[in-house]
Design a protein around this ligand. Structure first.
Ligand code: SF4
Length: 273
């Protein structure tokens, strides 16, 4: 059994969602729209190539070259994405242009040298029993040029607001696996906001990691052996791709629904529960 961050997260939200998405691999029942993810995926794809390959061949990449390479990546990305273009908001060309400018600003903020010691999209796998592996793919791992043990792990975000949709557990998940794999605890973890060229640290200490490891161990034990039971709630079901026709979700929302005024008998002004 392979567990990664996405499957663990789905399990924590609702075991049934995890089972449908990651075990049965059932296709989504609601149409997907990649529009809001295009910018982030494009920038991340660029950095994956830049950090791991291009940086060593091209000592300094000018903006024209960034634009050229981004164009190629963007064409390929659009070819495999399902995009519904909104009536307002950045269009196809504007997303590309913004991604080029922001990426170049990030690279040039460090005179591009920072990326000599940075790897992107790094796969880490930890075997915890004969049939369970835990895996992750880390956006960025940076090693200090003067101290190999001084490691920074960070996650790139394309959000248009600093602090929006922060998922600290994702970084704790990466950190724990990195530590189990290498025996080295990173000196820092955080979020890098591409649009703002800004790094925002996430708190990290032994106590936080101990409690995260306890929680993850318990969840992994349940994923392996506990029965799959749906745990509907507003947050988990809101964007769940299996919500249409999900009886547990339907029941949950029916119970929470306020009675219609049409159902209130004459003489009764309101129901009390
Ligand atoms: S709709 Fe809700 S209850 Fe049903 S699988 Fe999704 S998250 Fe679980």
């Amino acid at each position: 059994m392979n567990i990664n961050y996405q499957s663990w997260k789905a399990y924590v939200e609702c075991p049934k969602k995890y089972f449908l998405r990651h075990v049965e691999k059932k296709p989504p029942l609601v149409p997907t729209n990649d529009y809001y993810r295009l910018y982030g995926i494009l920038v991340q794809q660029f950095f994956q190539m830049f950090c791991n390959i291009w940086r060593f061949k091209i000592p300094y990449m000018p903006i024209e070259e960034v634009r050229f390479k981004m164009n190629v990546l963007y064409k390929n990305l659009l070819a495999v994405s399902q995009v519904t273009w909104p009536q307002s908001g950045p269009g196809q060309d504007e997303i590309l242009e913004q991604a080029c400018l922001d990426t170049f600003a990030v690279m040039d903020g460090q005179n591009q040298n920072y990326f000599l010691n940075t790897q992107s999209e790094v796969d880490i796998s930890v075997t915890i029993s004969s049939d369970v592996n835990i895996n992750c793919r880390v956006d960025f791992i940076h090693k200090d040029a003067l101290d190999e043990k001084s490691i920074l792990i960070f996650d790139g975000k394309g959000t248009d607001k600093i602090g929006k949709n922060i998922d600290k557990n994702q970084l704790y998940f990466y950190t724990l696996l990195y530590y189990k794999h290498t025996g080295t605890m990173p000196v820092g973890i955080g979020i890098f906001y591409y649009r703002f060229n800004t790094y925002s640290p996430i708190p990290l200490d032994g106590k936080i990691m101990d409690s995260f490891q306890t929680k993850l161990s318990q969840d992994v034990t349940n994923m392996v052996s506990a029965p799959i039971i749906a745990t509907p709630c507003s947050k988990s079901c809101k964007y769940c791709e299996y919500r249409p026709g999900c009886p547990e979700s339907t029941q949950y929302f029916a119970k929470r629904a306020k009675p219609s005024k049409l159902d209130i008998p004459d003489g009764v002004t309101e129901f009390s529960f």
